[in-house]
Design a protein around this ligand. Structure first.
Ligand code: NAD
Ligand code: DAO
Ligand code: ZN
Length: 370
């Protein structure tokens, strides 16, 4: 079938909105009509060429929501009409990783997904001339129809609005999950969050949900303060306004350091600061941000010897088919908020404007509506 898609034709080039061919689902695959998709910093990371795994031409997008149109042979858990969120971290429930409660990094289709291919090693997308176009993160939600493996689809409440819950496909789950699944924050904790963008704001609302007492937000952009306060931030720090070293300032502000600190910037210097302002003896620092290719983190080992812990998290430690439907229900029950974070919407034809808004620091989330 012919579908409309925004194709990433090369690093640093704008997406080209065009018509492409999409082959139907093969065995254990599902054709999904995408109704809405968020534009995440990670799409920008790949499009910019900074992503060492970035491949072109490809159809990017990993924060979508839509409806099942057709299922391939062998699909048993989904049927046409089901509402779904595609998962860039699948959950096969049978690989060595899925069977280990310590991780959410299902490896069932990891190698082909990383190559921009479906699990059988081929692509379903081609140009109208028949040249292959690669998938991205197993999801390719910058197309109005996409084919996704069954194990990479979470079935969700059919009453949930696509234009809001698409954000649960990455930002919401990553931020809230980092607090609940990775850090396992306790009631009364003190926390410091670096970067108050689409991920950091969700870390903040996760901390509020977990009952943290003090939630310090750190961002160079003062325009981020108001929204972060709305989601539960208790103190705002702009590093450019702090005289002297930021670490002792934050340690003093939190009465000894954060019980939990989070990097949601992707800057390795910030990651070091986040580790070092975690509380001596027990503070844990969680890396969420994805750093540029080749970047390395550093600290003095004595920081760890004296009890600080460095951790990382992917997709908030969530097991998508199990956890994403629950997070959609939390939204439907009013336990978490999403609407104010969707600051801009646009048709697919204007998707490059969504990237421009991100570059200008003007949006939290832009959502493409099909
Ligand atoms: P964003 O651009 O919306 O937000 C980043 C924020 O960090 C901005 O508000 C910016 O002003 C602030 N910032 C930048 N440099 C800073 C500094 N030196 N000190 C303080 N604040 C600074 O990005 P986002 O969508 O929130 O994503 C954040 C990071 O998380 C990115 O690196 C992204 O790739 C990554 N990410 C990781 C996962 C995961 O599973 N681990 C999932 C999605 C996104
Ligand atoms: O299992 O090796 C693996 C792949 C893990 C991918 C995790 C991706 C999380 C970070 C990228 C940000 C996604 C938007
Ligand atoms: Zn698995």
């Amino acid at each position: 079938m012919e579908v409309r898609a925004a194709v990433a034709v090369g690093a640093g080039k704008p997406l080209e909105v065009t018509t492409v061919n999409l082959e139907g689902p093969r065995a254990f695959e599902v054709l999904v009509e995408i109704k809405a998709t968020g534009i995440c910093h990670t799409d920008e990371f790949t499009l910019s060429g900074a992503d060492p795994e970035g491949l072109f031409p490809a159809i990017l997008g990993h924060e979508g929501a839509g409806v099942v149109v057709e299922v391939g042979k062998g699909v048993t858990t989904l049927k046409p009409g089901d509402h779904v969120i595609p998962l860039y971290t699948p959950e096969c429930r049978s690989c060595e990783y899925c069977l280990n409660p310590k991780t959410n990094l299902c490896q069932a289709i990891r190698s082909t997904q990383g190559q921009g291919l479906m699990p059988d090693g081929s692509s379903r997308f081609t140009t109208l001339d028949g040249d292959p176009i690669l998938h991205y993160m197993g999801t390719s939600t910058f197309a109005n129809y996409t084919v996704v493996p069954e194990i990479a689809l979470a079935k969700i409440n059919p009453d949930a609005p696509f234009d809001k819950v698409c954000y649960i496909g990455c930002g919401v789950t990553t931020g809230i999950g980092a607090v609940i699944n990775t850090a396992k924050v306790e009631i009364g904790s003190k926390a410091i969050v670096f970067g108050l963008g689409g991920i950091g704001l969700n870390v903040i609302q996760g901390l509020r949900l977990a009952g943290a007492d003090q939630i310090v937000g750190v961002d160079l952009n003062p325009a981020k303060k108001e929204m972060a306060e709305r989601f539960g931030m208790t103190d705002f720090v702009n590093p450019s306004e702090v005289e002297g070293d930021l670490v002792p300032y934050l340690v003093n502000l939190t009465g000894g350091g954060g019980d939990y600190t989070f990097d949601a910037t992707g800057n390795v210097g910030v990651m070091r600061t986040a580790l070092e302002c975690a509380h001596k003896g027990w503070g844990e620092s969680i890396i969420i941000g994805v750093a540029p290719a080749g970047a390395e983190i550093a600290t003095r080992p004595f920081q760890l010897v004296t009890g600080r812990v460095w951790k990382g998290t992917a997709f908030g430690g969530a097991r998508g088919r199990t956890d994403v439907p629950k997070i959609v229900d939390w939204y439907m029950d009013g336990k978490i908020e999403i609407d104010p974070m969707i600051t801009h919407t646009m048709p697919l034809e204007d998707i490059n404007k969504g990237f421009d808004l991100m570059h200008a620091g003007e949006s939290i989330r832009s959502v493409v509506l099909y």
